[in-house]
Design a protein around this ligand. Structure first.
Ligand SMILES: [Zn+2]
Length: 63
């Protein structure tokens, strides 16, 4: 399991084949080509990308 790039926590739950959820900071993490795509779930259920807040290095998964 990897750590959350946002809070460095390990409180990550698997919600799909390539989708994870951080229960600390309530963001959705998708694994795409060994990189994380980070999304915030809005109150209306839509997703907004937080990828711009992280560097390539931070988004690389270190299993
Ligand atoms: Zn987190």
């Amino acid at each position: 399991m990897f750590v959350c790039p946002n809070c460095n926590g390990k409180n990550i739950g698997k919600i799909g084949a390539r989708h994870y959820y951080c229960w600390n900071c309530f963001i959705e993490l998708s694994v795409i080509h060994n990189r994380l795509a980070i999304h915030q779930v809005e109150s209306d259920g839509s997703l907004s990308s937080l990828d711009d807040l992280f560097t390539e290095n931070e988004r690389r998964i270190q299993w």
